[in-house]
Design a protein around this ligand. Structure first.
Ligand code: FAD
Ligand code: NAD
Length: 459
């Protein structure tokens, strides 16, 4: 294609997941011309293979688990778990059979020019898709997300294994499942499949599941998962994978084995950077992330948002970064991205919500730390709740400033209890003010008051 056939626009957005879609929408609403390029489905990982369908599976599995508590609380119930209704729900309600027609129409209705295909940067501000070339007057937004990491385990490439995509699309529960990785994806799906009747083994290299979170949470989740029948192999690495008679067989570094009819690999995600032509902006495409400043600028005329930035892999973070980048592109001065109160929730049962720094991360930064921990089961609401009341609230305070720098709320609705803690960390609410607040009785969030008492005792 010659230069005069190049199409000119203001901004080219590469990747229309939650980050790219949000940035494109803000720029279109402000009147800019936007070309949006997507090689798979508009909406990205979250609505089709990530957050939304996985939480539908978690919700369904949670119902199975709650129904099993009827005998202890309210009579008797016979539960015959069946994954078919949620598999149908994922197809009919969440993904439209993995069809993005409605999302494409939404984008075009806003005035965006949609291009389906794989984008490649061929010079700063010039992006090619097949034989179409787009020149971006204001700049390019890189929002290409991430893909599952593949660990270099001998034999892994010789067996059929699942990523999150096959697990989400499953219409039957495998009789047995080995999950490599006890992080967010591994645990949410391991617990759900176990509750649907699969015999699940989780192999986690660290000594705790969810190793980035507080170790107390790892201990708590280990207990709950074991009660769900999950076989946890902690501090273990896979050294070889082979094909057995019934499915993959995983040899571990202590000489033990884990075998299942299916193997789910969930050992983290890597930014999708190959073949993008990032070298035209002097960015290493083999890097673990695209380095960005607080306005999400990666180079002159290039912004990067979402999973590719390596700050964290969360939809709300991609959307937050998209807002900051769009404001910068529109020359609307803002304060820039701030991650001090980054919140996240792992939707196991109990849910694990956390914000800011863990105790270990705070100590590593030299913070003079005070902590307070309160178990949910010891609170009035935890006592009332009875079965399924595992959880805790942990607060991490900076003694020098008297504010929280991090907090964890694990338990029933832990992700909702987290909201007040996110506000406290975000706004730097003094611990003394948190002590003087009203906490309605008997709520789960009153556990924060109990943890504050622990904080005082530890000072
Ligand atoms: C199983 C699972 C559960 C999750 N649950 C949660 C949750 O509960 N809460 C939460 O906050 N987060 C969750 N996440 C994480 C969340 O899905 C991601 O953080 C989020 O989707 C990132 O958005 P993004 O826009 O950066 O990238 P993505 O959603 O990955 O979108 C990037 C898009 O770019 C496209 N693309 C890539 N390269 C090119 C190219 N060269 N040309 C054109 N298009 C390209 C891709 O096809 C993709 O559609 C979950 C993830 C998984 C896998
Ligand atoms: N609820 C949510 O917000 C949610 C849910 C799912 C995924 N996500 C996002 O997606 C990202 C990716 O999820 P993930 O669970 O794949 O990654 P993760 O980084 O959360 O967890 C991966 C786990 O695998 C372990 N591991 C690494 N190599 C291993 C090996 N060879 N053998 C055994 N264990 C190994 C790690 O110690 C870690 O605990 C998450 O970091 C998260 O940001 C978010």
């Amino acid at each position: 294609m010659t230069e005069h056939e190049t199409q000119h626009t203001d901004v080219v957005v590469i990747g229309l997941g939650p980050g790219g879609e949000t940035a494109a929408s803000r720029l279109l609403e402000a009147g800019l011309g936007v070309v949006g390029i997507e090689r798979e489905l508009v909406g990205g990982e979250c609505p089709y293979w990530g957050c939304v369908p996985s939480k539908m599976i978690v919700r369904a599995a949670g119902t199975v688990s709650e129904a099993r508590r009827v005998d202890q609380l309210a009579g008797s119930a016979t539960v015959r778990p069946d994954v078919a209704p949620v598999a149908r729900r994922i197809r009919a309600e969440a993904t439209d059979g993995w069809d993005d027609t409605i999302a494409v129409e939404r984008f075009e209705k806003l005035g965006g020019q949609f291009v389906r295909g794989s984008a490649r940067i061929e010079a700063p501000g010039r992006v090619r898709v097949g034989d179409q070339v787009f020149a971006a007057g204001r700049g390019v937004v890189l929002a290409t997300g991430s893909r599952p990491a593949t660990p270099p385990i001998p034999g892994l490439d010789t067996v059929a294994s699942w990523t999150n995509r096959e697990a989400i699309a499953a219409e039957v529960v495998p009789p047995s499942l080995v999950v490599l990785g006890g992080g967010a994806i591994g645990l949410e799906l391991a617990q759900a499949f176990a509750r649907f009747g699969s015999s699940v083994t989780v192999v986690e290299a660290a000594e705790h599941v969810l190793p980035a979170e507080e170790p107390e949470v790892g201990d708590l989740l280990a207990e709950v998962l074991r009660a769900d029948g999950v076989d946890l192999r902690l501090g273990r690495r896979a050294v070889r994978v082979t094909d057995g008679a019934d499915g993959p067989v995983v040899d571990l570094d202590d000489g033990s084995r884990a075998d299942g009819t299916r193997l789910l690999v969930a050992v983290g995600r890597r930014p999708a950077l190959d073949g993008l032509g990032l070298e035209h902006y002097d960015i290493d495409p083999r890097g673990r992330a695209v380095p960005v400043d607080e306005q999400l600028r990666a180079a002159d005329g290039l912004w990067a948002i979402g999973d590719v930035t390596g700050v964290g892999a969360f939809t709300h973070l991609a959307v937050y970064q998209a807002e900051v980048a769009a404001a910068d592109i529109l020359a609307r001065p803002g304060t820039g991205a701030d991650y001090a109160a980054l919140a996240r929730v792992t939707f196991t049962d109990p849910e694990v919500g956390s914000v800011g720094l863990s105790e270990a991360a705070a100590r590593a930064r030299g913070v003079d730390v005070a902590t307070g921990v309160a178990p949910v089961a010891a609170s009035s609401r935890g006592f009332i709740h009875g079965p399924g009341n595992a959880g805790l609230v942990k607060l991490v305070a900076d003694r020098a400033t008297g504010v929280l720098v991090g907090a964890t709320a694990a338990g029933p609705v832990g992700g909702e209890v987290l909201s007040m803690l996110t506000l406290a960390v975000h706004a730097g609410v003094p611990v003394e003010d948190l002590r003087r607040m009203h906490y309605a009785y008997p709520t789960f969030h009153r556990g924060v008051l109990d943890a504050l008492a622990g904080l005082a005792a530890g000072r």
